[in-house]
Design a binder for this molecule. Sequence first.
Ligand SMILES: [Zn+2]
Length: 58
Amino acid sequence: MRYHENHCTECDWNASTEEYDSHTAVGRAAIDHYLETGHSIRSLSLTYPDATESGLTT
Ligand SMILES: [Zn+2]
């Protein structure tokens, strides 16, 4: 099972594969938020049972 989430470090914005159809769509939503606000986005990818957190997605 894979779960991917992008969340903003500066406000409550977030997007995940629970809301969007694909990892790509989540990434696109994050880019839109970044372009609109200039906020920093962090991405979190979980592939069960392992969980890893990776850095900025632009
Ligand atoms: Zn934000």
